[in-house]
Design a protein around this ligand. Sequence first.
Ligand SMILES: Cc1ncc(COP(=O)(O)O)c(C=O)c1O
Length: 442
Amino acid sequence: MKLTKSKKILKDNAKLIPGGVASINRLTDPPLCFVKAKGANLWDADGQKYIDYHAGFAPHLLGFCDKDQEKAVKQCMANQQALFGSGATKDEGELAKLFLKCIPYADKVQFTNTGSEATAQAIRVARAATGREHLIVMQGGYNGQHNAVSANLMTDQKSLGGKQVVGDEYPLVPITAGIPKSEQALMHAIPFNDLKAVEKMVKKYKIAALITEPVLQNIGIVKPQPGYLEGLRKLADKHGFLLIFDEVKTGFRASLGGYQKIAKVAPDLSTFGKAFANGFPIGAMAGKKEYMDLAISNDPKKRVLIAGTYNCHPIPVAAAIACLKKLQSKKLGVFKRLEQLAKRLEKGQKALFKKYKIDVCIERVGSAHCVYFCKKAPCNWWEVLERHDFAFDKAYRLALIEEGIYNFPVPCKQGSISFAHTEKDIDKTLKIMDKVLAKLTR
Ligand SMILES: Cc1ncc(COP(=O)(O)O)c(C=O)c1O
């Protein structure tokens, strides 16, 4: 694999941008820089082509540079639909209508630019609604880059105190410097799938909200155990905190109605981003009217500010409308198709790992998938740390990249299939996996 041009881009950028990239988790080993993407393919600066399963951290559900989105965006410019920054637009109303048609447990929606802004807004609403400040987050969950939630993601065992916590909180381990101690004290990271830990937190602290991805998809695919999400709902009702589902990754990918539709559990608020605009920058917070309407409360002490110069910028709005129309089209059958492709990949992988006598758990929700190299699927981050073979996973990802299959080169990161993938892509991927596994097990 040639990296000459990729390395040069990174090196030149690094003289001007710390790390050379605008989002630090894009720094990878190997240091690939991409220059083009179309459908299910990526091209790097040295001209190498890849079948992609990273999907830019999961937004690309239809595939890169979707032709209908391209048309909608061009039309938007041709119509001279600028960011007016004053008054309502018809398009934001149309987007809200299309959006709310999909999400079963939301009465209203507000749009932001990113998932992080959506989760920050949801937490602010929860604090305003309850008059409380403490927040429960999940060890191994990611809910954005802001102070209220930036802790305890892929934390190492030592930082977690060296032992598994059950029924309680882990030590808080921020993933960034610069969070004031007073804000850190409001954040409580508990194990996923552990209702006893939630009960303990509500006894100890005045909890405003529990925010969780319904499936932990920033550490692969860690699913909720039967009854867990229902249990969270019951505890939220009993103790008066808000249940926030962060569906930035699961929304419009797990199903058209997100994971809440699959689980049939109603959050008070939920947050979205990524797939609903297929790669264009837009986020959303949606939920129950009583909480959403705090933005227009007559009581200034309860009123929650929602503001942003670029909220509902016409370009991502046009892209999101085009995307949602496709996702809702019965004729296209996007989700049925995604399931077929994902099943084909899963079935093929199972056969390959059996052939090479490698223990794996393939965890999957629709088109989102992850291979854990262990015998039993993990149900929280500690179990991922204990069970998963990180070294083999890394070597496997690197070997696949060398052969033109792009999964993000960090162990246990989620893979994503798009509507633009074909059976041919999947079969080619499996053939290359066969070759790579033969090499790695030799
Ligand atoms: C579950 C989840 N929530 C929130 C975010 C933050 O979204 P953004 O990067 O658009 O700010 C992410 C991003 O990966 C995410 O996966």
